[in-house]
Structures are given as C-alpha cells and as structure tokens.
Design a protein around this ligand. Structure first.
Ligand SMILES: *[C@@H]1O[C@H](CO)[C@@H](O)[C@H](O)[C@H]1NC(C)=O
Ligand SMILES: *[C@@H]1O[C@H](CO)[C@@H](O)[C@H](O)[C@H]1NC(C)=O
Ligand SMILES: *[C@@H]1O[C@H](CO)[C@@H](O)[C@H](O)[C@H]1NC(C)=O
Ligand SMILES: *[C@@H]1O[C@H](CO)[C@@H](O)[C@H](O)[C@H]1NC(C)=O
Length: 229
C-alpha cells in the first residue's frame, strides 16, 4: 500500500490555492466561436479606422445598441457606428469619444505595482438613462480609470456624437478595478441599475449591487462581503 505524505507546507499551498479560487472574481471569458472573414463575407465589413481620425480600435470591451447607433467601448475610446450607414460592403465608425486615464491615476497605478497595460482607461459599459430635449439622450458610462473606477454622464446627439456633460461619480460597486475581471451591468428603464463586479482594489470582494439613477435618495443595496465571494 502506498501512503501519500502530506506535509504542512503542501497543505498550506493547497489551502491558499483553494482560498484564492473561492474568493476571486473570474477572468473575462473568451469567445465560444470565432468566424473568419471567409464565413462572413456576405455581411458588410466594419473597417475599424475612420476616414478622418488616426484612432484605432483596440482592446474592445463590449458593444451596446442605443437607438440607431452601436457603441463600441474599448480602451480609452468609445466608437459610434451609425447603423443607417451599414448598407455598404465596408463601413467605418462615425464618431469617437476620447476618455483616457489622467496622468496622475496612471502614475498611481504604476506606483501600486500594476502592470502598465492595465493602467489605462478600459471602458466597461455605456447605457441610456433618459431622453433629454428632443432627440438628445443622456447616457451613463463607467471605466476602470487605472484602478480608480469612474462613471460619467454623456449627452448623445441625434448623430450619435457624444459630449461629456461634466458630471462624474466614483465607479466603486458599478465598475471593476481590474479590466480583465468579468463584469455585468443592467440598467432598467425605471432607472434601477444592477451590477455584478469586484468592489475592491485587490479584487477579493465580489458583489451584486443595485442603485438607482432616477431616484438619488434610494438606498443602494449590495450583497455582503462574506456572501458574495
Ligand atoms: C467557415 O467556412 C468553411 C468553408 O468555407 C467551413 O468549413 C467552416 O465550417 C465554416 N465555419 C463556421 C464557423 O461556420
Ligand atoms: C493622422 O496621422 C498622419 C500621419 O502622422 C497625419 O499627417 C494626419 O494629419 C493625421 N490625421 C488626423 C486627423 O489627426
Ligand atoms: C447608405 O445609406 C446612406 C444613408 O442613408 C446613403 O447616404 C448612402 O448613399 C447609402 N449607400 C449605399 C451604397 O446604398
Ligand atoms: C461632436 O462633439 C464634440 C464634443 O462636444 C464636438 O467637439 C464635435 O464638433 C462634434 N462633432 C460633430 C461632427 O458634431
């Protein structure tokens, strides 16, 4: 009979591994299927670069449709695609909204020992809050801002062009710190906003959170720290 010798050290390593597994937030999942250009040639092709900009589409975080527009949110930029123009074999984005990390938050991020590729502004969500005068819409967007998550309100005009409304708030509980962690956000028409994210710098506080963008006095709810991991 063979006995396996379990040393204290290997037990500790195992325990630590187990603790990490239960306490950490999963990494972003990879695509389940990838189609080549050959398979999709019957559809119009999105050609990343616009005709009048040098900004290129990199590190895409997600896509959201609002009215006639698709918004591709990525690292440091939000790209607008006007769906009314997707009737050709190739199309470009029609507007770009720039939102990069400030120099200060980038430096702080590096000082805290984070890898430089994560010390950028990864935009994680964009959603419509309400219609404002005429065809303009008020949107909310959140981004990692070099591990200091931030959200801000934007105005979208009838051409899908975005303008900063100059109102921002901290994104803790509504946006992850680490751009590679998995995340979900759902903003309902009544203003209730549900998010599933990490709520701490180290990423060991997984949380389900509900707030309201319509009624500022409403109590924010979150799962307890012990429950959520
Ligand atoms: C893509 O097309 C090739 C043939 O051109 C086919 O063999 C393959 O199964 C297709 N892949 C998908 C994911 O549809
Ligand atoms: C894009 O880059 C080229 C070469 O650096 C420059 O000549 C051009 O003015 C730039 N275009 C814009 C819109 O910034
Ligand atoms: C596509 O739609 C736009 C806007 O409606 C129009 O200006 C353009 O001529 C159309 N292009 C083609 C190839 O049909
Ligand atoms: C889009 O909005 C920006 C910021 O308000 C503005 O500077 C720019 O001129 C607008 N572009 C168009 C095409 O309306």
């Amino acid at each position: 009979m063979v006995y396996k010798v379990v040393t204290l050290k290997s037990m500790l390593v195992w325990l630590q591994f187990y603790m990490n597994v239960i306490a950490s937030i999963p990494e972003n999942i990879s695509p389940t299927s990838v189609y080549s250009r050959k398979n999709t040639s019957i559809y119009p092709a999105f050609i990343g670069e616009g005709t009048n900009t040098n900004v290129s589409l990199q590190h895409v975080q997600g896509v959201t449709k609002i009215g006639d527009f698709f918004f591709i949110f990525a690292k440091d930029h939000i790209f607008t695609i006007d769906m009314r123009e997707v009737n050709q074999t190739q199309f470009h984005f029609s507007h770009v909204f720039d939102w990069a990390s400030t120099k200060d938050s980038k430096n702080l991020c590096l000082k805290k020992g984070m890898p430089s590729e994560k010390c950028h502004n990864y935009i994680k969500m964009i959603a419509m809050v309400q219609t404002i005068n005429g065809n303009s819409k008020k949107l909310v967007t959140c981004a990692t801002e070099s591990f200091q998550p931030m959200c801000k309100y934007l105005k979208m005009d009838e051409e899908g062009n975005l303008t900063d409304l100059g109102e921002s708030f901290r994104g803790t509980l509504t946006c992850p710190y680490d751009p590679t962690r998995s995340y979900a956000s759902l903003l309902l028409p009544d203003g209730h906003w549900y998010t599933a994210t990490e709520a701490a710098f180290g990423g060991h506080d997984a949380v389900l959170h509900r707030s309201s963008l319509m009624n500022g006095n409403e109590v924010r709810l979150r799962t307890e720290q012990s429950q959520s991991s």
